[in-house]
Design a protein around this ligand. Structure first.
Ligand code: HEM
Length: 527
């Protein structure tokens, strides 16, 4: 009998055979190759070295934000209508046109601030990113569950995220740092009133709304454009947790939301959302007291009713977490014909950031990975090589011609579907300015008044607890903002913090704000 260390497969075991990535059979996966049974080890130990060195590289950088998330697959089914009107009047995007038409999609739900293994019951906005694999290529709608955001200019994104991420010394999330930044960032008030209410901790991923948040455009056959905002409405309704509910959930399970969604899909209870769209004419709407391109604002639903355009159903779980969740890559630049960008200053910044980080995080050929490639549309490019180039996407044409134009073969440009011009004329001088209509408080106050009593109680308690941990000047400024938002909010948080209105009437000017006339008037009448 041959002297082998591993016993090898049992008689009749017909499972596939283990190999190296070179296709060599692995005879022994239990013992390294050594000189004698007790060592030393040899350096030509190919299988062992490959196995360990690949393991050493198993992790790619986690996402800088939205590191913890969970993916599911399904489809979008169009109604062909925007409410009661044929959708073709407003957009020529093919996925929306025919009633009943289905488009494959992937969704990734996430939290923002924590790392890849952090708690899913954290108070945090939830990411709601959808990748539609359309026949015209991919469309990504990368949104959140709260409908607004902390800031309106992309240049502030690293700062707002640094303030929310752990302290660089203690590595703890510190309310003192968060409210230091927010107290100088009045446009964050609307987001804060949402985030520190129960809506800041959705009960799970199936019971949350989603919003595109940024303003986009729709374009029809004639090149006519509309401004639009997207809303996802869950068929099972919305439910949220208080701080106390969340503490109990996360004491037992840090990943309750992923588990809930995974198990619901396995049971055949497929989560569903209706997609609704708000619409405005494509101009700056001077009649409104906010700017329609400002992502710290919602569009009032009585004036701009959200109308249904279809539904999303999630009916398949990932088959592998790494290839389908860690490597999936969404971006706001990923639009198809009939959908377009607005001039929203956050949107342009985001559009650069996503593919930039994915070239770093996943690699320059991330779009060749199955979960990212536009599986329902042909791909033919002259992009070549780079780390991990997996195939040559030359569309099967002359492989010698990897440039364009050429008279010897290769690829040609596509024909414009209709025209190459659309939208209003824009004239302006180069400048660095905040938008004129900031109006940072009105909608935050309206949101506060719309809440139910228990939600307001939870919001006030959370603010008092967390802002109470900040320095006194930060507490005073936050209170000043809350009075500007709504007297009742200022009064209640002030009582909790032990600061009176008189103490905050004469604070030094903010670093980042000039007040509008309405706001000055409000300031005069505080309390
Ligand atoms: C993820 C940047 C604002 C929603 C990310 C990532 C970056 C980023 C770098 C990681 C992407 C990756 O590694 O694949 C930015 C910048 C913003 C911004 C620069 C502002 C200028 C927003 C806003 C929303 C949002 C306003 C919500 C409307 C998301 C979502 C993800 C994400 C959902 C996770 C995507 C996924 O699941 O893979 N963002 N973001 N971001 N962001 Fe933003």
């Amino acid at each position: 009998m041959t002297d082998v260390s591993s016993q090898g497969p049992a008689e009749g075991d017909e499972r596939p055979e283990l190999t190296t990535r070179q296709g060599h059979p692995v005879y022994d996966n239990q013992n390294q190759r050594t000189v004698g049974a007790r060592g030393p080890a040899t350096l030509e130990n190919y299988h062992f070295l490959e196995k360990i060195s690949h393991f050493d590289r198993e992790r790619i950088p986690e996402r800088v934000v939205h590191a913890r998330g969970f993916v599911a697959f399904g489809y979008f089914e169009a109604t062909g209508m925007w409410g009661d009107e044929p959708i073709s009047q407003f957009t020529r995007a093919k996925l929306f046109q025919e009633p009943g038409k289905r488009t494959d999609l992937a969704v990734r739900f996430s939290t923002v601030i924590g790392g890849r293994d952090s708690s899913e019951a954290a108070r945090d906005p939830r990411g709601f990113a959808v990748k539609f694999y359309t026949e015209d290529g991919n469309w990504d709608l990368v949104g959140n569950n709260l409908g607004v955001f902390f800031i309106r200019d992309a240049i502030k994104f690293p700062d707002v995220i640094h303030s929310l991420k752990p302290d660089p010394v203690t590595f703890r999330q510190e309310p003192a740092r968060i409210f230091d930044f927010m107290s100088q960032t009045p446009e964050s008030m609307h987001m804060l009133v949402n985030l520190f209410s129960p809506r800041g901790i959705p009960a799970n991923y199936r019971t949350q709304q989603g919003f595109g948040v940024n303003t986009y455009k729709w374009v029809n056959e004639h090149g006519e454009t509309k401004l639009v905002k997207y809303h996802w409405i869950p068929s099972v309704g919305v439910s949220s947790m208080t701080e106390a509910d969340a503490a109990a959930v996360q004491a037992a399970d840090l990943g309750h939301a992923s588990r809930d969604m995974y198990e619901a899909i396995e049971r055949g209870e497929y989560p569903e959302w209706e997609l609704r769209v708000q619409m405005m004419d494509d101009h700056d709407h001077p009649e409104l007291d906010f700017d329609p391109l400002d992502d710290t604002k919602v569009w009032p639903e009585n004036e701009f009713p959200p109308r249904a355009v279809g539904k999303m159903v999630l009916n398949r779980n990932v088959s592998n977490f790494f290839t389908e969740n860690e490597q999936i890559s969404f971006g706001t630049g990923v639009l198809v014909d009939g959908l377009d960008f607005s001039d929203d200053k956050m949107l342009v910044g985001r559009t650069f950031s996503y593919s930039d980080t994915q070239r770093y995080r996943v690699g320059p050929n991330y779009l060749q990975l199955p979960v990212n490639s536009p599986k329902n549309a042909p791909v033919a490019t002259n992009l070549r090589d780079g780390q991990m180039a997996y195939y040559v996407d030359n569309g099967g044409e002359n492989p010698h011609v990897n440039y364009e134009p050429s008279i010897t073969g290769g690829l040609r440009e596509a024909r414009y579907p209709t025209h190459d011009e659309q939208g209003p004329d824009i004239v302006g001088r180069l400048t660095r300015k905040r938008i004129p209509r900031t109006n940072d408080y009105t909608q935050a106050g309206q949101r506060y008044l719309l809440m139910e009593d228990w939600e307001r109680d939870d919001l006030v308690a959370n603010f008092v607890d967390l802002i109470g941990q900040a320095a006194r000047p930060v507490q005073e400024r936050m209170l000043w903002h809350f009075y500007m938002v709504e007297d009742d909010l200022g009064r209640r948080v002030g009582e909790g913090l032990g600061i009176t209105l008189d103490e905050i009437k004469e604070l030094p000017p903010l670093q980042s704000q000039t007040l509008s006339e309405d706001e000055v008037e409000r300031l005069r009448n505080l309390g």
